[in-house]
Every structure is written in structure tokens, then in C-alpha cells.
Design a protein around this ligand. Structure first.
Ligand SMILES: Nc1ncnc2c1ncn2[C@@H]1O[C@H](COP(=O)(O)OS(=O)(=O)O)[C@@H](OP(=O)(O)O)[C@H]1O
Length: 285
């Protein structure tokens, strides 16, 4: 089923399960709580992986919860699982792909305490992952060709808008003590160290054995085999399960297998223009 799309405050969304009224409610009326933990990402940047890690940290590495409760019930995406988010007993674990300008305004009043974990991933790998997933998930616009998709992606003409706006917007909070930023690449290179850093940020110290259990139960293979985490339970209305799955490759640098030299350079040019003023370097730079 092909999706339909609308633009809300300059950002594209799918009519499948997103409503302008809900987006306005989330932005203007949703009340964040001081004890909320938010898992925030641009799509295809490692949201479900981080969601799994945070779920497991909460349970000190015990996989019981992640094996028995769907991930979107463990950490609902506020913009399309609003009812679940509103009913969630505190302390809440919540997810969102929203750019910062559409995030609940109440965050500004509570920002000293609410904890935000922002995961970002190499732009070119996000593009490749999104290109493949857009052929499977009806929330996203089915690409006509890789070249046209690249242009749409670089200009922000995709669901959730521009990667550059998302990343530069959220990274504006990088000096706040309640904001923790990590890359998909760091999670890959040093999963144990990354989990320890996340625990430290959350004020939840785990033993080495518990950290091992978090890493093991949130591994690509564990998640791929866990129907509570791999999106296999998502309705056919939203996802064409015949065409592929969420846990596709789970590697860094897959863009090298998908983009030509010319396409890669096109990314580099736009990337430099947007990111040079940010004063940050990333594993892929
Ligand atoms: N445990 C683990 N380890 C390594 N990689 C993982 C893991 N879980 C998810 N993934 C990979 O993350 C990509 C999906 O990103 P998101 O979860 O942000 O997707 S979504 O926006 O929620 O649809 C997608 O990347 P690609 O494989 O490159 O498409 C997933 O395979």
C-alpha cells in the first residue's frame, strides 16, 4: 500500500498514523516529566538498538522485559504512540524521531532534569538504510531511484525532514548536562564502554556481568531473533514483511557498497556546508 504524506511546519509526515493535531498536541501540550528518559534519533540512526540498550539497562541486563513486551510499548515514540506514552507509569522511557523544533515545549521548563539520549549515525549510512527501508515501510516515501532519493534526502524532502536540521538542532544542547550524545559507530566499536557511559549518564551503575548481559541481549543477532524487537509484529498495513526487515545489515560503512564516487562527493559537499560551524568531529569525519 503506497503511503500519503503531509507537511507539518515544513516537515514531512505520513498520513498513516500521524495526525497534524497529534503533532501539535505533542509540541504544545504534552508534559515531559523530570524523571523521563528520551531516546531521540533521526530515523535509521540506531533508535531501536538504543531502545533495546535502555530497556536492558533498566532491567540490569535481564532479558525478560525485552523478550516479552514490544519495543514500541517499552519506549513508545511520542509522536505516534501518544496514547501509550500518556498511560506510561513513571519513570517513563520514551522515544522520538522529532526534530527539536517540534519536540514538547514543556521540555524547556524541565530541561535541567529530563534526560535526553541522542544517537546519530554516519549520514551516508543513514541514507542507505533509509533507502532500503523506504521500500518496506509505508511511513516512508517509496524512492523512485537512488539519485532522486539522494537529492530528496539532502534537501530534507523526506519523512521527518532534513538530517542536517535534526542533527544541528539537537546538538545545540550538547553542553547541557542532561543531554548525552553517542554515535552508532561508537556503539559498534566499543559496546561495553558505550553501555557503561550510558549507565553513568543515567546514574545507574551496573556490574561488569550486567553490562555484558546488556551488550549480549542488545546485539544484532539477539535483536534479529527477538520478535518483540525486530518489527516482525508490525501490521502489514505499515510494513511489507516480504520485502525485507528492520535488522538488515547492522554495519558501519555500508554506503561504500551502495554509493558511487560521484554520489559520495555530493554528500561530502553538502555535509561540509552544514557541519563546519558545529565545532564537533564524528567517527566518520
Ligand atoms: N543491535 C543492533 N546492532 C547493530 N545495528 C542495529 C542493531 N539494531 C538495529 N540496527 C540497525 O539500525 C538500523 C535501523 O535504525 P533505526 O532503528 O533507527 O530505524 S527506525 O528509524 O526506527 O526505522 C538498521 O541499519 P541497516 O542494517 O544499515 O539498515 C539496523 O540493522
Amino acid at each position: 500500500m503506497a503511503g500519503q504524506f503531509f507537511t507539518h511546519k515544513g516537515v514531512m509526515f505520513s498520513t498513516l498514523d500521524y495526525l497534524p493535531d497529534t503533532l501539535s498536541y505533542v509540541e504544545n501540550e504534552f508534559q515531559v516529566r523530570d524523571d523521563d528518559v528520551f531516546n531521540i534519533t533521526y530515523p535509521k540512526s540506531g533508535s531501536t538498538w538504543m531502545l533495546e540498550i535502555l530497556s536492558l539497562i533498566r532491567c540490569e541486563g535481564d532479558p525478560g522485559w525485552v523478550r516479552s513486551v514490544l519495543n514500541w510499548d517499552r519506549a513508545p515514540w511520542v509522536e505516534y504512540h501518544l496514547e501509550t506514552a500518556l498511560k506510561y507509569p513513571p519513570p517513563r522511557l520514551l522515544s522520538s524521531h522529532l526534530p527539536i523544533q517540534l519536540f514538547p515545549k514543556s521540555f524547556q521548563h524541565s530541561k535541567a532534569k529530563v534526560r535526553i539520549i541522542y544517537t546519530l549515525r554516519c549520514l551516508k549510512d543513514v541514507l542507505v538504510s533509509l533507502y532500503h527501508f523506504s521500500q518496506i515501510l509505508h511511513f516512508f516515501k517509496t524512492p523512485e531511484s537512488l539519485d532522486s532519493f539522494i537529492e530528496d534526502f539532502l534537501s530534507g524532502n523526506v519523512v521527518y525532514g532534513s538530517w542536517f536540521n535534526h542533527v544541528t538542532g539537537w546538538l545545540g544542547l550538547k553542553d547541557n548536562e542532561n543531554f548525552f550524545c553517542i554515535s552508532y559507530e561508537e556503539l559498534q566499536q566499543d559496546p561495553h564502554g558505550s553501555v557503561r557511559r550510558i549507565c553513568h549518564f543515567l546514574g545507574k551503575e551496573l556490574s561488569e556481568k550486567q553490562v555484558d548481559a546488556v551488550v549480549e541481549n542488545a546485539s544484532f543477532q539477539s535483536m534479529k531473533g527477538n520478535k518483540m524487537s525486530n518489527f516482525s509484529q508490525m501490521s502489514d498495513k505499515y510494513m511489507d514483511h516480504e520485502k525485507g526487515e528492520l535488522l538488515r545489515k547492522g554495519t558501519c560503512g555500508d554506503w561504500r557498497n551502495n554509493l558511487s564516487e560521484v554520489q559520495s562527493q555530493r554528500f561530502d559537499t553538502v555535509y561540509r556546508e552544514w557541519m563546519q560551524g558545529l565545532g564537533m568531529t564524528f567517527p566518520w569525519d
